[in-house]
Design a protein around this ligand. Sequence first.
Ligand code: ZN
Length: 162
Amino acid sequence: MKYEIVVYPDDRLKLISSPVEKIDNDLIDMINEMFRVMYESDGCGLAGVQIGVLQRLFVMEIKGKKYVMINPEILERSKDYSIAEEGCLSLPGIGAEVKRSKKVTVKYTDIDGKEKILKATGLLAICIQHEYDHLDGKVFIDHLPASEKINVLRDYRKQHNL
Ligand code: ZN
């Protein structure tokens, strides 16, 4: 199957994804496709919904390390924040500074079906929060103050002739 990136303002990006029920060959094939699509587009993370698969999983590559997080759950978000520029393969051409927790603890199932707990900081923590949002129908611009969101979206629409 050939997957394409779902781009804003596609309504699917607003939907809540369902838990992955089993890790089988079809799912593994799809995960490989997700990495392919992500690399092809020069991204560092991709959630299922971004290729139109409404299942709770995402893939990432951060500092040369690959991650597959199935049914992730963010157990803890630090109260201290960092602000960093983000972009998204589903909103090509725009970026904005987003405030996120500096540290998160995430529980997830890996591709071998093992449950893992990871404490993440820095870019990894940002990426986990960004991808996790996709599973709940949110995109990074939803974190911006209303006036800034309007400006960013105006720019986006102009770029894409929407
Ligand atoms: Zn994204």
